[in-house]
Design a protein around this ligand. Structure first.
Ligand SMILES: [Fe+2]
Length: 188
């Protein structure tokens, strides 16, 4: 089994809702696309970190204990004998409520990829046909400025991709394309 295949088995063991499974695949797809630009030799690691970043989402009471989101995943991954310190830090640092710091490109990438997938999802659902193939990059950049739209989507986190030298519109396009490529999985 490849590391990616092992990761998917672990994902399906702990994540059961459609919502979080789709979100996990979406973040994986965006992370793959980013890695091809920024650190191509590490694509599998970036993909796996994306796929597993919310592994504990259905176990942690985020409202009352946000600081456990991330650490619980690391505990699960260690019990499965899976992962390494790079993957662990990327997963921890995607949640601002942990002490972990964004220290490298993969950490920064996952921090921005996490919110943009939900944002693109929300934009797709306001289209008449609710199809991601209809979504235009322009509507993503436009919706960024409409702060009442998908108010929970962290614009600052999405914009932080620019720290990696990728302009936001380019990130929007790359993320949209990555999600469009797995539209069947995302059911969009
Ligand atoms: Fe997430």
């Amino acid at each position: 089994m490849t590391e990616r295949e092992k990761a998917e088995v672990i994902l399906k063991k702990y994540v059961k809702t459609d919502h979080f499974l789709k979100h996990s695949y979406a973040v994986e797809a965006v992370m793959r696309a980013l890695s091809r630009k920024l650190e191509p030799e590490m694509e599998e690691e970036w993909a796996v970190a994306g796929l597993l970043h919310d592994l504990d989402a259905e176990m942690v009471d985020y409202m009352n204990h946000p600081e456990l989101h991330g650490p619980k995943t690391i505990e699960l991954l260690k019990s499965e004998g899976f992962g390494n310190d790079r993957i662990y830090n990327a997963i921890l640092a995607h949640n601002k409520a942990t002490d972990a710091k964004i220290g490298n490109k993969m950490d920064q990438a996952i921090f921005a990829s996490d919110p943009i997938t939900g944002f693109i999802n929300a934009i797709t659902l306001v289209y008449v046909d609710k199809k991601i193939s209809s979504v235009k990059v322009k509507s993503i950049t436009k919706r960024m400025k409409e702060t009442r739209f998908a108010a929970g989507a962290d614009r600052t986190a999405m914009k932080s991709i620019e720290k990696l030298g990728i302009a936001f519109p380019e990130f929007a396009e790359l993320s949209l394309t990555a999600m469009q490529e797995i539209s069947d999985v995302l059911d969009l």
